[in-house]
Design a protein around this ligand. Structure first.
Ligand code: ATP
Length: 368
C-alpha cells in the first residue's frame, strides 16, 4: 500500500486543518496509508520518526471547525541546506512514506520541489553511507510531491484563492467595522495596517468590502507627493459631504514608486498635519490569521485535499510536481515549479519598478 504524508509549513492559515483532514481521509479512502509530519520541515529534519505519525480516519474528526493547524507548522533553516534535506529523506524512508503533500506558501513549496528534484542523489548518498538499506533504496526510488497553497496573503500566482485568505479577509472586514463605529462617534480617522507582505490582495479587497476612503498597496505605487495629495483630496471631499469617519488601509508591503516603504505612521502624519484630523493607527496583527476558517476556506481546503491525493497517485517519475489551485471556481492542477516561479517574478517586477507587470502577474489589472 502507498503511504501518503501531509505537512503544514510556513505561516499558519485558517483552513489548513480542513486540508489535512481531507488528505488523511482521502488517502485512506483510496486504500493508502495516511501519515502526518508534525511541525513542518523542522519535524521532518529534527524530530525524526516520532514526528511522522500514521493517522487513522478518527484522528482528524472535527478538524474542519478548528482554526490554525493541529499538526503544527514551523520555519526550518536547516531544510534549506542539503544536509537537512538528507536527514529529512532518511526519516521519510524510515517511516515508509512514498509521497508528500505540503500545505504552505511559496517558500515551503520551493523546498518541496527541490526535495523531489534532489531525491535520487539524496537516496544514493544515504545508501553509500549505509543510512538506508539496498531494499529501501529500491523501494523508495521516487518521492511524489504535491502542493496545496495555505497562506492568508493570497500571493500565489496561478490560483485565484489560497487556503486562509478569505478567512483573514473576513476578520479584517469585521475589525474595520468595529473601528468604524468608534471612528464615527469621535469623528476620527483610522489608519489600518493589514498583512499581506508584498501582496496587496487583503488590503485591496478589504478596502472594497468596507468602502475605505483610501488604500495603499505595493502593486500600484505612486510618488510620495502623488499619494499624499490624492489621499488628502479624497478624504477632504468625503469630510465636506458630512462623512464623520475616515478609513485608510495600508498593506504591510505598501511602497512609493521609488520603493520607499509607506508605514501607517507616515499616513498618520499626513492626515494629522495636512488635514488636522484626530487620527489613530490600528495594526490588526495576528488576529487576522487566528480563529476558525470561513466556510469558503473549509470547502476550498477540503476539495483541494481530495484533489491533492488524486494528483500524487497520478504523478509518475516523468510528470512535473502538481500544485492544486482554483481557477474560475474549478479545482485545477498546475505545475508547482511554474507557479512558484511566477510568484517570485511578481516580487522581482516590483523591485525593478515594473509595476504594470506586477499587476498583470497578480491578475489585478482591474484596479486600474
Ligand atoms: P508564508 O507564505 O506563510 O511565509 P512560506 O511557505 O512562504 O509561507 P517560508 O518561511 O518562506 O514560508 O518557508 C517555510 C519553510 O520552507 C522554510 O523555513 C524552509 O524550511 C522551507 N524553504 C523555504 N524556501 C526554501 C528553499 N529555497 N529551499 C528549501 N527549503 C525552503
Amino acid at each position: 500500500r502507498k503511504a501518503i504524508a501531509v505537512m503544514t509549513s510556513g505561516g499558519d492559515a485558517p483552513g489548513m486543518n480542513s486540508n489535512v483532514r481531507a488528505i488523511v481521509r482521502s488517502a485512506i479512502f483510496k486504500g493508502c496509508r495516511a501519515f502526518v509530519v508534525m511541525e513542518g520541515y523542522s519535524g521532518l529534519v529534527h524530530g525524526g520518526p516520532e514526528y511522522i505519525k500514521e493517522y487513522s480516519w478518527e484522528d482528524v474528526r472535527g478538524w474542519s471547525s478548528e482554526g490554525g493547524t493541529n499538526i503544527g507548522t514551523a520555519r526550518c533553516m536547516e531544510f534549506k541546506e542539503r544536509d537537512g534535506r538528507l536527514l529529512g529523506a532518511q526519516h521519510l524512508i524510515e517511516a515508509g512514506v512514498d509521497a508528500l503533500i505540503v500545505c504552505g506558501g511559496d517558500g515551503s513549496l520551493t523546498g518541496a520541489d527541490l526535495f523531489r528534484a534532489e531525491w535520487p542523489s539524496l537516496i544514493a548518498e544515504l545508501l553509500k553511507n549505509n543510512r538506508i538499506t539496498k531494499e529501501q533504496h529500491t523501494r523508495y526510488q521516487h518521492l511524489n510531491i504535491c502542493g496545496t497553497v495555505g497562506s492568508i496573503d493570497n500571493d500565489m500566482s496561478t490560483t485565484d484563492a489560497t487556503i486562509g485568505a478569505y478567512s483573514a479577509l473576513d476578520r479584517i472586514c469585521k475589525a474595520i467595522d468595529y473601528v468604524e463605529a468608534t471612528a464615527n462617534s469621535h469623528s476620527r480617522a483610522f489608519v489600518v495596517e493589514v498583512m499581506g507582505r508584498n501582496c496587496g490582495w487583503l488590503a485591496l479587497l478589504a478596502g472594497i468590502a468596507t468602502s475605505a476612503d483610501y488604500i495603499l498597496i505595493p502593486e500600484k505605487p505612486s510618488s510620495s507627493r502623488e499619494w499624499q495629495e490624492q489621499m488628502c483630496d479624497i478624504v477632504s471631499k468625503h469630510r465636506k459631504r458630512g462623512k464623520r469617519t475616515t478609513i485608510v488601509i495600508v498593506a504591510e508591503g505598501a511602497i512609493s514608486n521609488d520603493l520607499t516603504p509607506i508605514s501607517p505612521a507616515d499616513v498618520h502624519k499626513v492626515l494629522v498635519e495636512k488635514l488636522g484630523l484626530d487620527t489613530r493607527i490600528t495594526t490588526l496583527g495576528h488576529v487576522q490569521r487566528g480563529g476558525t476558517a470561513v466556510a469558503y476556506d473549509r470547502i476550498l481546503a477540503s476539495l483541494q485535499g481530495v484533489e491533492a491525493v488524486n494528483a500524487v497517485l497520478d504523478t509518475t517519475p516523468d510528470t512535473p510536481s502538481p500544485l492544486i489551485a482554483i481557477n474560475e471556481n474549478k479545482i485545477t492542477r498546475k505545475s508547482l515549479v511554474d507557479s512558484v516561479r511566477l510568484t517570485k517574478s511578481v516580487a522581482e517586477a516590483i523591485h525593478s519598478k515594473d509595476f504594470k507587470k506586477a499587476m498583470s502577474l497578480r491578475d489585478t489589472e482591474f484596479i486600474e
